[in-house]
Ligand binder design. Structure first.
Ligand code: M6R
Length: 616
């Protein structure tokens, strides 16, 4: 939520800031703004409500003096609507100081009252401007931006990444973070700050991760990181594993289209290097067997699509580890006094590694003594750093707000974790594990088959469905979370009412929704592998057909039994039941994307949403 970029160096900064913001726009696109200290030593600022392009057009029409120190922001609105006035940067200290912010300052009302009583005035409805005015007040006292940050950061409650620069200290950008992301990019004679590495990856792949409650000052000559009391702290260097082109759209019509096409690679790359002689050995978990000894329960916490990956993985985890496994929405978890302790392994799943709800759940679990393992797609992110162990998904950067390739990579990583724990605890026979690994390794080619053989057909079908008002999705067992994911994706990018149900639950209420013509997607398990379940699902199909539903099945190639009852068949290759979700979800991603495209919507930037949800 909100993208932040900062630059100091020898180059004019406007283009660097704007291209950084373009890569961060997935984090929010309600408004955008930049500020620079110009060659004349003035602080110049421009900000506009709307997507980044509005700002670009404005700058093209009315050029602003450039400078070699700058900050930029793309906003997902929290306090105050998406207006020019509420856009960042916010100025203070007689417009000599510019501030940008990601997060929510929870005590902003008290602080604002204090400042108002002192005679300060405000031009926006944002919490950010309060931090700007506080910084301005402290700078006026000390003339030192780092000292001003130290004084202010300690007074702020909630979550924040703040960046600021002052006209009187050109060549310096200062940042502070608590519970919101900030990483440093190290260049030659220039340095960068960003909400994530995408902000600067086209300039450098050398990065530093900043810890919790730390202040960073970047100049062209170097980087200094301290805690809020001014003590120097160690920072963790890392090399960004993907290059700038990985986060480019290339020739694709949208990032989502590109990312769906990368689903096979997301699975293959997540498995790569983690299988030895038919057994799963995850190098990142080397030497951490103790983490899995003595645990009697696994609890997976996540939100949105990541939570559906968790629900899908639960079946395999329980089967392979024989440890009871539950899934909980991260935002529900810590507000109910859950029973957890050192016998609980809390697994978090997050593509961004910054989702505030998930981060808070992980911190809470650690405070309660639980062991924590993070499955994450983003290097340098906060959640992995707050966890005892990390298993990265190697899906590559996911830019579209709708999560697709990260979803299949998350299921894959959970499966790897399950097979790893099963081996370490000695509860999984090597030949069983080897057979499951072989199934997993076959998944990328099977997804490719779906893309090659079904994509066009599904896209055409989704165009026919463009006027649909409501779609239902049904599944059983591992097909149930896939039904939920299919419904979420459709809601999220096509704004159509969609609901996912466990097929068995239908008769307990939701079947009342079915009327003639109602489209219902049904995820049909394999008749060869899941005979009993297949029969039950076919019965459920009969029940909805009898009420006039238009039935669209996602079924294994060659499943003749379901054909007479389907109005439309989307085929997937045969797979072991636990691996079917990795195939069945692909048609649903293509369908949602096709339908939203047919409606003329921007599939990469759906309304009201941001990719990384860093507020609670
Ligand atoms: O970055 P995370 O995986 O933690 O994000 C979790 C959800 O916000 C995310 O999956 C969201 O539901 C997606 N936009 C769904 O496509």
């Amino acid at each position: 939520m909100c993208g932040i970029v900062g630059y100091v160096g020898p180059r004019p900064s406007q283009d660097i800031l704007l291209s950084g913001l373009a890569r961060l726009e997935y984090r929010g696109y309600d408004s955008a703004g930049i500020a620079v200290v110009s060659a004349d030593g003035d602080l110049e600022m421009r900000k506009r409500a709307g997507k980044l392009q509005v700002l670009r057009d404005d700058l093209a029409a009315h050029a602003m003096p450039d400078g070699t120190t700058g900050i930029g922001h793309t906003r997902w609105a929290t306090h105050g609507g998406p207006t020019d006035a509420n856009a960042h940067p916010h100025l203070a200290d007689d417009d000599r100081l510019a501030v940008i912010h990601n997060g929510i300052i929870e005590n902003f009302s008290e602080l604002k009252a204090e400042l108002t009583a002192e005679g300060f005035t405000f031009r926006s409805e944002t919490d950010t401007e309060v931090a700007a005015v506080l910084l301005g007040r402290e700078f006026a006292a000390s003339g030192d931006l780092v000292a001003a940050f130290r004084a202010v950061a300690r007074r702020l409650e909630g979550a924040f990444t703040l960046l600021a620069m002052h006209r009187d200290q050109p060549g310096l950008v200062v940042g502070a973070r608590r519970n919101s992301p900030l990483v440093i990019g190290l260049g030659e004679g220039e340095n960068f700050l960003g909400s994530d590495v995408a902000a600067f990856v086209e300039h450098t792949r050398n990065a530093l991760a900043i810890g919790q409650d730390e202040i960073v000052a970047i100049t062209p000559a170097g980087v200094e990181v301290t805690d809020f009391d001014g003590n120097a702290v160690e920072v963790e260097p890392f090399e960004v594993v993907w290059d700038a082109s990985a986060a480019e759209k290339g020739g694709w019509s949208s990032f989502m289209a590109k990312e769906v096409s990368e689903e096979p690679d997301a699975v293959a790359n997540t498995v790569r290097g983690r299988v030895q002689g038919g057994a799963v050995v995850i190098p990142e978990l080397d030497g951490l067997d103790d983490l899995f000894a003595g645990i009697t329960r696994i609890l997976i916490v996540a939100c949105g699509t990541a939570a559906y990956a968790a629900q899908t993985g639960k079946y395999a985890l329980e089967q392979w580890t024989r440890i009871p496994t539950d899934v909980e929405l991260a935002h529900e978890f810590r507000y109910r006094d859950p029973v957890i302790g050192d016998d609980t392994l809390v697994v978090s799943i997050s593509q961004s590694g910054e989702t505030m709800d998930t981060l808070m759940a992980v911190k809470y679990a650690r405070e309660r003594g639980a062991k924590t393992l993070s499955i994450c797609n983003t290097q340098g992110a906060t959640i992995p750093r707050e966890s005892d162990a990390i298993v990265y998904t190697h899906a590559g950067p996911e830019v579209a707000v709708a999560s697709t390739k990260a979803f299949v990579a998350q299921i894959t990583a959970l499966y790897l974790v399950g097979l790893h724990i099963g081996r370490v605890r000695g509860v999984l026979a090597p030949e069983v594990a080897a057979a499951q690994v072989a199934e997993l390794e076959a998944v990328p080619d099977k997804i490719r088959w779906v893309l090659e053989h079904e994509q066009q057909h599904i896209e055409q079908f989704s165009r026919w469905m463009a006027d649909t008002q409501s779609v239902l999705f049904l599944g059983r067992h591992v097909g149930y979370p896939i039904a939920l994911e299919g419904a979420l994706k459709l809601k999220e990018i096509s704004y159509i009412h969609a609901e996912g149900f466990a097929a068995g639950e239908l008769k307990h209420g939701p079947i009342a929704l079915v009327e003639p013509g109602q489209p219902v997607f049904v995820i049909v398990p394999s008749p060869r592998h899941s005979g009993e379940l297949h029969k039950k699902v076919v019965s459920n199909i009969q029940e909805i057909r009898a009420r006039g539903a238009r039935v669209i099945v996602i079924a294994e190639e060659g499943d003749a039994a379901v054909l007479p009852f389907a109005d439309e068949v989307l085929r997937i290759p045969l797979a072991d039941p636990l691996f079917e979700p990795l195939l069945a979800v692909v048609p649903l991603h293509i369908f949602a994307m096709g339908l939203a495209t047919a409606k003329g919507l921007d599939v990469d930037k759906p309304r009201n949403l941001a990719k990384s949800v860093t507020v609670e």
